[in-house]
Ligand binder design. Sequence first.
Ligand code: SF4
Ligand code: SF4
Length: 101
Amino acid sequence: MNKNILIVNPDRCTGCRTCEIVCQMKNQSSYIKILKNELFDVNIPTVSIKCNLCLEKPLCVKFCVAGALQLASFDEAAILRKECKIGLFPVPLTIGDKRVR
Ligand code: SF4
Ligand code: SF4
């Protein structure tokens, strides 16, 4: 089954910005940005629609040692969503071969 949905888990994000650096090195511009809220001391990874998942070998996932980013199939993403785990935000890019946004 294709794993083509990038899932971000802000609960695990340390704000190290390694993902931004590796994406910038690969694409000359980072398609992932970490938004930090100082008041609540949380980091929220956000992904641009320009992200192409590094052609299904996402560098940001590979280098995120905190495990805040993961690649999932549509079914896996649906299960995670159904379980309503706090802080999980599936970022759908494609379903099958069809780009959804
Ligand atoms: S590499 Fe992972 S832990 Fe570090 S800022 Fe990016 S998402 Fe957060
Ligand atoms: S999957 Fe690749 S292009 Fe997309 S945000 Fe991660 S490093 Fe950047």
